[in-house]
Ligand binder design. Structure first.
Ligand SMILES: [Zn+2]
Length: 385
């Protein structure tokens, strides 16, 4: 069984410099591979494989004086960037993804892959990890990554001036069998994040003051940064070193963006942990029509900030751990319009009606709780896990 771990590292200045150069070179190579392939395709509708491109780079490009720096970083990491580019094209050819895009520096979405060179590479100790070509790097959180674990592969990434390592680890044996209780249904939404049929309610974190305050600070930092760019465009020079205030502004924006993302992600993990805590026999949820929801511009931002897709991934991974069945109900299932007590279906239920009152049996309960109870009782569903 494989499990992924991502954790912050404290590289030395030299190590950080090497990481930055490796990531920069990988991004450059990835973009070059995309550009060459585009050119090639327009010329004679052919495709360059990662292997052929690697030969081209080694024999024609990196031998040039101006591209000498390509050879200063791990050649295996560079090769992996090409393989990733090829994978992106293959996904596109199969119709599974959009045409591959160029990687921008500011997106910070490039990971440097560090394959094993020798036996002791990727050794994990309590407080440090041995990254191929970089050596021992201190771990921020001690003991999080299992000590002496068998690491299959690992990458290093950088975000908002911080460094992270992601490792894929082989975990021996299966998880202990646990006694499972009654199943639950969960209603996922924008007003409240999750309402479970066992009565648990998890509000929308984006409505809390902590998030709102950070969002406000982010907006202010973004405005300040764009003002600095405007000044530069007009040719005004600042009193300090050219560009150093802009660098600070960029870092500030990135830090706040990351803080928000971390707070939201941590909340999703918390909700998942609370849901699986009672060890239900199954968890039923409605199939999320995220694309359809996001098309509605008014709620697009609210929906994307909730991170439903990430929530589902986290839920699936937690349920896999305990052997909890995950059921998904079709969007046409009338989870909100039906009475969970007697099955009576309402013809109309407006969004403003927060309480569900049944004309048939007279029962009255919270609209979302009613929906979650219906999901729990659903008899037609797809088993995801
Ligand atoms: Zn009823």
């Amino acid at each position: 069984m494989l499990r992924g771990f991502k954790t912050e590292i404290y590289p030395t200045l030299e190590q950080a410099d090497k990481i930055n150069r490796t990531i920069g070179t990988c991004r450059f190579i990835y973009n070059l591979y995309l550009a060459k392939n585009k050119e090639q395709y327009e010329k004679d509708q052919t495709f360059i494989t990662a292997n052929d491109f690697s030969k081209l780079v080694n024999h024609e490009i990196s031998v040039q004086e101006e591209y000498k720096w390509m050879k200063e970083v791990s050649s295996k990491a560079v090769k992996q960037a090409m393989v990733n580019g090829e994978k992106a094209f293959k996904k596109f050819f199969k119709g599974l993804a959009k045409y591959p895009c160029f990687k921008k520096k500011k997106d910070q979405d490039v990971k440097a892959y560090f394959p094993k060179n020798n036996k002791t590479d990727w050794t994990v100790e309590r407080h440090r990890i041995k990254v191929p070509t970089l050596g021992w790097i201190r771990l921020k959180e001690k003991g999080y990554v299992p000590i002496n674990a068998k690491v299959r592969s690992g990458t290093v990434s950088q975000k908002a001036g911080r460094y992270f390592v992601s490792v894929l680890i082989e975990i021996q044996g299966s998880y202990e069998q646990v006694e499972l209780g009654d199943g639950i249904g969960i209603d996922v939404g924008v007003k409240d994040f999750v309402i479970a049929s066992d009565g648990q309610v998890f509000g929308n974190i984006n409505k809390t003051s902590a998030i709102k305050r950070t969002e406000k600070r982010l907006k202010r930092a973004q405005r300040a940064l764009s003002r600095k760019y405007e000044q530069r465009k007009r040719g005004e020079t600042s009193a300090t070193y050219r560009g150093s205030n802009i660098h600070k502004g960029v870092l500030r924006v990135q830090t706040l963006q990351m803080r928000l993302a971390t707070m939201r992600s941590a909340y999703r993990s918390y909700v998942v942990s609370m849901l699986v805590k009672t060890k239900p026999a199954f968890i039923t949820l409605e199939k999320l029509n995220i694309k359809g929801m996001v098309r509605n511009r008014q709620i697009a931002r609210a929906v994307s900030n909730q991170g439903f897709y990430d929530f589902k991934l986290k839920l699936l991974s937690a349920c896999r751990k305990y052997g909890i069945e995950v059921r998904e109900v079709d969007v046409f299932y009338p989870s909100s319009k039906m009475c969970s007590g007697c099955g009576h279906k309402k013809v109309k239920l407006s969004l403003s009606e927060r309480t569900f009152t049944c004309e048939n049996c007279g029962s009255s309960l919270d609209r979302d709780l009613n929906a979650s109870l219906n999901l729990k009782q659903a008899t037609e569903y797809t088993v995801l896990l």
